[in-house]
Design a protein around this ligand. Structure first.
Ligand code: HEC
Length: 132
């Protein structure tokens, strides 16, 4: 009985391997998914190329941001959830960050995987709009 259980466990592991390999390939950042995330979450305030023409007040457009001459524009995208005003409404699942301050905007919950997707999309924007 015990032997049988072990063998069955092994069969399960072996059967799962191709799925795991597939899983890790599927983890490659997905710019298309990043674009969807930006469209559904960030476009509420930011102007995003090809998505909306009007943002909120002084909120910088994605285009302006990727064209920034400062060297840390990409770092800022990668850590946007820790930069004002975002901590008030953005939560990252794995980091268990708590929203801070009053709920001034509808909450956004993202995973680190989704941040990677977002960065893949931002890199495409940068390739398109940044001057060499
Ligand atoms: C409720 C409105 C709102 C939403 C939604 C929002 N942002 Fe912002 N974001 C702002 C404002 C306002 C600023 C400008 C802050 C400033 O200049 O002090 C900003 C600035 C930024 C900056 C530059 C930060 C800095 O300090 O230079 C980045 C990068 C950014 N947002 C990324 C994003 C991304 C990515 C999303 C979507 C996942 C998003 N934002 C969603 C309002 C928003």
């Amino acid at each position: 009985m015990g032997k049988f259980k072990k063998a069955r466990g092994l069969v399960l592991v072996v059967a799962a391997l191709p799925a795991l390999a597939f899983e890790s390939r599927a983890q490659a950042p997905d710019a298309e998914r990043g674009k969807q995330i930006a469209s559904s979450h960030c476009a509420r305030c930011h102007v995003i190329p090809g998505r909306n023409n009007m943002g909120i007040g002084s909120t910088p457009s994605f285009k302006i941001m990727v064209q920034s001459k400062s060297g840390d524009w990409r770092d800022k995208f990668e850590a946007f959830f820790s930069l004002a005003p975002h901590p008030a409404f953005v939560t990252i699942k794995e980091l268990r960050t708590q929203r801070s301050g009053p709920a001034i905007a509808a909450p956004i919950v993202l995973s680190l995987r989704e941040i990677d997707d977002l960065m893949a999309y931002v890199d495409i924007l940068a390739a398109e709009y940044r001057k060499p």
